[in-house]
Design a protein around this ligand. Sequence first.
Ligand code: GCV
Length: 701
Amino acid sequence: MNRLLFIGLLLLAQITFADDGYRLWLNYDRLTDAAARSVYARSAQFIAVSGSSPVLTSASDELQTGLRGLLGTNVPAIASAGTQQGGIVLAVGVSGADTSGLNEEGYRIVKRQGNILVMGKTAVGVLYGAFALLRHIQTGHSLDTINLVSNPKVKLRMLNHWDNPDGTVERGYAGGSLWKWYELPETISPRYRDYARANASLGINGTVVNNVNASARLLTGEYLPKVAALANVMRSYGIKVYLSVYFAAPKTLGGLKTSDPLDPQVRKWWADKTAEIHRYIPDFGGFLVKANSEGEPGPQDYGRTHVDGANMLAAAMKPFPGVVIWRAFVYKADPKADRFKAAYEEFTPFDGQFAPNVIVQVKNGPIDFQPREPFSPLLGAMPKTPLGIEFQITQEYLGFASHLVYEAPLFKECLESDTYAAGKGSTVARVVDGSLHGYSHTLMAGVANTGSDRNWTGHPLAQANWYAFGRLAWDHTLTSEAIADEWINMTLTRQPQAVSHVRAMLLRSRAIYVDYNVPLGLSRPWTGVHFAPEPWQNRSPRPDWTAVYYHRADSAGLGFDRTATGSNALAQYRPEVRRQWENVDNCPLPYLLWFHHVPWTKQLSTGRTLWDELCTRFYTGADSVRWLQQEWTLAKPAIDPALYADVAGRLATQQREAIWWRDAWVLYLQPFAHKPVPAPFKQPERTLDEVKKSVDSYLLR
Ligand code: GCV
C-alpha cells in the first residue's frame, strides 16, 4: 500500500512539476527509454577518480548528479577501479599516446578494458571530458564505441558581464545582476556554483564580472574580498575571474593628481593595485578596459595613446600570468566621419606596439552588434597584435527578451567570413583562433545574457544563445544546426518531431528578425530605446547617435555610400573583399545598404525595385512570426507546460511588435520613396504619429 502511495505521489509530482528553466541544459531529466537506461547504467557502475583536486571533485560530482538524473542510479565514486570493469575512470595527467593530441584543456574519452576512460593532461581537461560524456548520453549516443577527442580552439573563452555594483545590468533583459554584492563575501548563493557548472559544461574559462563602463569601486578593499569569494567558487570549475577597470581610478580612488599612464606615480599605483588584487585572487585572469569610448576616461585624456594606456597596465600585470584586454570599440562624435571606420583608423597604426600580454578585443562588426553587420575590417588587419573577438549574447539590438533570435547563425556568419588577410581561406575564425597570424593569446568573448531571472536569460529560448556562444568558443567549426540539436535535446525535449519543429524555429529566427527589422543591410543603431526602430530619430547630442546618420533615407534613395564616392570605408578591406561589395549591381543583398545609397526604383537581383523588395521583406518577415508560433504549437505536446506557455506569450508579443516595427519603417520611408505598398501587401492601418506614440511608451525599457 505504501509502495502504491509512493508511486502515485511520484507520478503526481511528475505531472505537476513545472520546469522553471533554472537547470538549463543540465536538467538531466530521466531518459524515458528504460532499455537505453539500463544499457548506459551497465557502463556507469562506478566513477573512479585517480588523484584529487577541487576540479576533479567537480567532475566526479557532476557525473554523479547527471547519471542520477538521467539513469535514476546512484553511482558510487571510488578511489581506483583496480580490476573492476563497467565504470567510468577519470584520469588526469596520463602520458603517452592517449594524451598526445591533447592541449592543456583538451580531453579524450575512450572505451578501454571494460571501462570508459575520461582523460586529460590537466584536471580541467577531465572536467570538460566529464561534461562531454554527459552530453553524449543526454543526446542519445551509444557508449559502446565511444571515442571522443576534443581540444578548445581558442584559449580564453569568456563571458563579459555588464553588471554594475548597484545590482543593475547594462543591456540586461533577465532581471538584475547575478552577483549579490551586498551579501558577499559572507553569503555565497548556490547560484554562483550553478553558473560555474553551466559555463564549465561549455568550456567557458573566464568571466569578467563587472561592466566595461566600470565603477572604480570594484578595485577597493571593500569589493576585492567579494570578487575573491566569487573567484573561489569559479576556481573549482576552471574559471578565472577578470575585472573591468576604470582608467581614471588612480585619480578618483587613489587621490593622485592625474591618471596619465606615463606618470611614474600612476604606474606605481596600478602596479600596487595589481599586486593587491593577486593577494586576494592568486589566479586573477586580468583586466578588461574600455577607454576613450562613449565618455569613458582613457589615455587620450592626457594626450597619450591606446598603446600607452594598455602597455602601462601590461607592465603592472607583468609579474603575473594574467592579461590586459583592451577594447577597440572607439569612435568620435564627428558628424563628417563614418563611425564604421573608427576602430580600424585608431588601431592599425599601432600594430606590433602592444606589450606581449595585451589582447585587443574587437566587436564582430564595425559599428555595434547590429542584427547583421559585415565583419569588422580590423579583423585580419593587425597580424602582429593578438586580436580577440567580442560578440553580444544579450539581445540589445535583437529584441531584448521578447523576440526569438537564435544567434549561432549570426556568430557563424562572422566567423566564416573570409578576410583574405593572407590569401583565400583567411577566415575571421582563423584570425581569432590564432592559426592565421600565430597569435600568442587567443580570445572569444560574449557579452552575457544572464541575470537574476529564475530561468537565467528571460526568454527561455535565449538560453540557446549562451549555449551556442560557449560551444563555438570551444569549437567554431560546429554547425548552428548541430548546436541547436544538442541544446534542444538536453534542455527541452528529446521527442524527434518536437525537436525538428524547435530546430526549424531556431534556425530561421534570425533571418525572420532581420527581415522585419533591418533587411537588405539597412542599419539602425538607435539611441532612445534600443528596442523598436525609430528611423525618424534625428536629435541627439551626437550625430552618430541618431538613426538618420545610419540609414540616410532621402528622396533619391536609401543606404550609406561607403564606396569611393562616399566614405570609402570599403578601402579598409582587402581588395578581394572589397570587390564582393563595391559594385551596387552585384553586391550581395544582405550587405547592399551597408555600402550603397540605392535609388528607390533600382531593380535588384530579385526582379523587384528597392522599395518593393524592402516592403516584401518587412511584410513577409512580420508574417513569419506567425509561422514561428505555429511551429511552437506543433511542439506543444512534448514541452513542459509552464515553459510552453512562457514562450507562447513571448511569441505573441513578438508577433504584435513585428507588425508595429514593419509599420514604423514603411510609414517613415514611404514619403521619401513616393510609392504605394506593393500588392499583395496592405498599407498599414495606423499613421506614423500613432507608431511614434507607441515607441514613446517604451522609452523607459
Ligand atoms: C557597455 C553600446 C551599448 C552600450 C555599451 C557599449 C560598449 O553602445 O549601447 O551600452 O556600453 O556598446 O560596448 O561599450
